[in-house]
Design a protein around this ligand. Sequence first.
Ligand SMILES: [Zn+2]
Length: 463
Amino acid sequence: MKYNIEKINEIGKMLAEVIEDAIQTEGQAEVLIGDVEMALRESLREIGRSALKCFLENADGELEAEMECACGGRLKYQRRREATLWSVFDKVVYQRAYYAGCACGKGHAPVDRRYGIEPGKVTAGLAHLIALSGIHKAFEDGRKWLKEFLLFEVSENTVRAETQKMGALQRQTDTELVKETQDESGLQKRERSQPPAPNILYGSIDAAKVRIEPRDEKEKAVENRETWRDLKAGCWYEGEFVPHRQRSVRQKDKAQREGVVLRAKNQQYFCDIERAEEFGKLLWATGCAVGADRARILVFICDGAVWIWNLIDHYFPNAIHIVDWYHAVDRLKRIAEEAFSNLEERQAWLEKNTEDLWQGSVEAVIEACQLLERKSNLAKQSLLYYGNNMERMRYAHFRAAGYLIGSGVIESGCKQIVTQRLKLPGAQWNVEGAVLTAKARAAWMSGNWQKLVSARSLLPLAA
Ligand SMILES: [Zn+2]
């Protein structure tokens, strides 16, 4: 919107006078910029509140005696009736024309309808900010944090409700996508309107435990004890070279060793608490949305859980499998620690086997583990791990082909969703709440927040 800046400046002058008066009246000896700033913030919030009230009260226009009801019946003008809304300027109480008297029993306020207002509820603008705090902080913490920004209080329950409403919108998008991609004609329709497929596309899948704990009697009826559930998460992404000047110290090290440094870009996260089979449908649906079904080369980098490889085989049988390099090496570290008490021996074994693995000589690593079978239980167990995943660990080949070999992107994704939000102190979840909060946060991490904000602003009109 373009504003009349001269008028705004006039208001600014008036406000400055108001603040000066207030300072003189108070007679405070020392006034610092922070005091002036705070007084301005409070006044601006008050101005916003009264302007919003005026705006809505002037919005009725010419009143009609009768109008058509949504049901097809007739509504009669009653009176100007009071309503409340919660905006970014705090509570606003306003009067607007109200129609009633239809046989269906529903009333109607044209102003509310026109502007997408739900009387008694928060505006989409405030909902956006509330939910933004709720995906980053425990709800009670988010409430305190918001107060500093907004200069008024919202309740912990409001933070929870608005955050989860965003998650519900994301879930709706997910559900629609799943439905569309499970159906042949839906798929064909998509095919015709597709953007070009990426040349090399990556996928990663992982899971992390979330503690589910009933909060009240109602929830106890569904799940009456504390349990742990797997939040399954996936990410689609592309690789790009990191330009020299943007490399971190770690990446410079890496460049010396490996020649090139790749990083992930355009990450699209998705998640759910569901059985593998259901999660597979979401994998397929989100994959179709980013062109995984049409990519020239599709590479999955995962930590090696069997259910994950099975899903990938089912939906993307031509994909290249890579066991995440860091998981494969981490296992070597743990074996070395268990098998050798002598630090030099430990280090020597680790270095040799890391190099073998780096060169893709998984057979050499397996032989080395066989020799330690009696000294280390983990070495014995790992025979199976390295044996089953041999073709997924040909790192020399993958590097030569120019592929990323580490799934840091999903590790950090799970961490950002689970560790940094669902496991925060004060978090207590039922399955629904955990899923919705996780989905809202994943949308933020994927750069899809604005889509949810837009959908949220249309919600009252859909009702
Ligand atoms: Zn009606």
